[in-house]
Design a protein around this ligand. Structure first.
Ligand SMILES: [Zn+2]
Length: 189
């Protein structure tokens, strides 16, 4: 197969050279207006070719590879901390956000499968902020209360979805310690 990044032939979807070049994480924290601190491991542009595989047949493989590269150096939580994937729904075959939350188990996080789902999945792609505001995700949380959790998503753009998810968890009695995402679109590449 061809390397997704440099198109050279090899046995892996991402060759070893590109893995070292592009997948070394560069963590940054962005604070959203709600106070939620979002840890991103990459600038969006730095890993865009990989993120665009999301809905392709080998997307799950690429996301697993990204998760491993991104989370490998994460600090282990000091106390019990759950990883709650944003809209953990396998409707499209597999849930890429659930895959990320599951990958955090190796760093000591507790994965709560299917705990946070959106009732509204209208696409935000290319839509202005006003559209996003008029069409909230309308999240439903079915996990346990009285715990501490981080939200997990692949991409943060405006941060509206993460803040809506945060509000939903807080209403359900969950303390939200922050969010972990692969890529922040707002960052400089
Ligand atoms: Zn390559």
């Amino acid at each position: 197969m061809r390397c997704l990044s440099c198109r050279r032939f090899g046995l892996s979807s991402v060759c070893a050279t590109c893995r070292d070049l592009y997948l070394a994480p560069s963590p940054e924290i962005r604070k959203l207006p709600s106070g939620l601190r979002v840890l991103s491991l990459y600038a969006y542009e730095a890993i865009e070719p990989f993120l665009l595989t999301k809905h392709m047949p080998h997307g799950w493989f690429v996301y697993r590879l990204l998760a491993k590269a991104a989370f490998g150096a994460l600090e282990r939580p000091a106390g019990p901390l759950a990883a709650v994937a944003v809209d953990d729904d396998a409707g499209g075959g597999y849930s890429h956000t659930a895959l990320l939350a599951r990958a955090l188990k190796s760093r000591g996080y507790r994965h709560l499968p299917g705990a946070l789902r959106a009732n509204n999945r209208v696409s935000y792609a290319g839509q202005p902020l006003a559209f996003r505001l008029a069409n909230p995700r309308d999240f439903r949380y079915t996990g346990p209360a009285g715990i501490e959790a981080v939200l997990v998503d692949d991409i943060v753009t405006s941060g509206l979805t993460l803040q809506e998810a945060q509000a939903c968890l807080q209403k359900s009695g969950v303390r939200v310690a922050g969010a972990i995402v692969l890529a922040d679109v707002d960052r400089e590449g």
